[in-house]
Design a protein around this ligand. Structure first.
Ligand code: 6PG
Length: 240
C-alpha cells in the first residue's frame, strides 16, 4: 500500500530543515545497512545541501550513505551545469564521504554507453525489489513544464522504459541527459519531491489535484510501487 504525504512549510529554509530531519529518521531506521539516496539536480537541492553541510556534518553516518543521481547532464563534472559538480560544491566539499560512496554519472562519456555502465553500477550496489533497484530515498524536483528527473513532456515513453537508465534530451537546449526511467524511480522506497516557489504552483496543483493538463506532465506518473511519496514544498509552491 503506497501513501502520499504532503509536507507544506512556510519557507524554503523550513522545507530543507524538515527534509533533513526526515532523512535523519529514515537513516536511523536503516541501522547499519548502506543507505542509497538518488539526488536531484537543478537549484532547489542547493539549500538542502548547504544546510546538511553546515549543520549535519557530524550528525549523519555519512560513511553509510551512498550517493547516486536521478539524472545528470551529459557534461564533464567540472562543468557549471553538472549536478555532481553542484553537489560537490555545496555538500561533498564539507563532509568526509568515502569516494566509493559517491556514484556519479560520468557525463563526459558517450551517453548511451554511460547509461549502460551506470545501470550496471546500480545493479551492483543497490538492493533489488524484483527486477528493479530499491533506492532508500529518491529525491526529485519539479520542472516548470512538469518534468521530473530528466523525463520531459516530449519523451513520456521514458516513464515506461524497461531499462533503469535512459538517455534523455532537454526539449529546448537539446542537451543530452542520463536519467533514471519512470519505473526505476517508482520502485524507490521513499520518493521525495522538493519544490519551492511560485513557479511550481501551477504544475504542483494540477498534478496533485489531477486537473487541467496534468496528464501531459511526467511528474504526474510518479507513483511508488511499494513505497511512499512525500511532497516537501513551501507555501508559495502550494499556492496557500
Ligand atoms: C535537473 C533536475 C531537474 C530539476 C527540475 C527542477 O537536472 O535539472 O534534476 O529535474 O529537479 O528541473 O529544477 P529547479 O530545482 O532548479 O527548479
Amino acid at each position: 500500500m503506497s501513501n502520499t504525504f504532503y509536507k507544506i512549510y512556510e519557507s524554503p529554509a523550513r522545507v530543507a530543515e524538515q527534509f533533513a530531519e526526515h532523512l535523519s529518521e529514515w537513516m536511523a531506521e536503516q541501522s547499519d545497512d548502506p543507505f542509497h539516496i538518488a539526488l536531484s539536480g537543478g537549484s532547489t537541492p542547493r539549500i538542502l545541501f548547504d544546510l546538511l553541510a553546515k549543520n549535519y556534518a557530524n550528525k549523519f553516518p555519512w560513511d553509510q550513505v551512498h550517493f547516486w543521481w536521478g539524472d545528470e547532464r551529459c557534461v564533464p563534472p567540472d562543468h557549471a551545469e553538472s549536478n555532481f559538480g553542484m553537489t560537490r560544491r555545496h555538500l561533498f566539499e564539507f563532509l568526509d564521504i568515502p569516494d566509493k560512496n559517491i556514484h556519479r554519472v560520468r557525463g563526459e562519456l558517450d551517453p548511451a554507453t554511460e547509461a549502460i555502465r551506470y545501470e550496471k553500477e546500480i545493479r551492483e550496489w543497490v538492493p533489488a525489489y524484483g527486477n528493479w533497484p530499491r533506492f532508500d530515498v529518491m529525491m526529485l524536483g519539479l520542472g516548470s513544464d512538469g518534468h521530473t528527473a530528466s523525463i520531459f513532456p516530449h519523451q513520456m515513453e521514458l516513464l515506461d522504459d524497461p531499462n533503469i537508465c535512459v538517455v534523455a534530451t532537454h526539449p529546448d537546449s537539446g542537451q543530452k541527459r542520463i536519467s533514471l526511467s519512470g519505473k526505476a524511480i517508482n520502485h524507490a522506497k521513499r520518493i521525495t519531491f522538493l519544490a519551492t516557489g511560485v513557479s511550481k504552483t501551477d504544475k504542483y496543483t494540477q498534478i496533485v489535484d489531477r486537473k487541467g493538463d496534468f496528464a501531459l506532465y511526467p511528474a504526474s506518473y510518479i507513483k511508488a510501487q511499494e513505497g511512499d511519496v512525500y511532497w516537501f514544498i513551501d507555501e508559495a509552491a502550494a499556492g496557500s
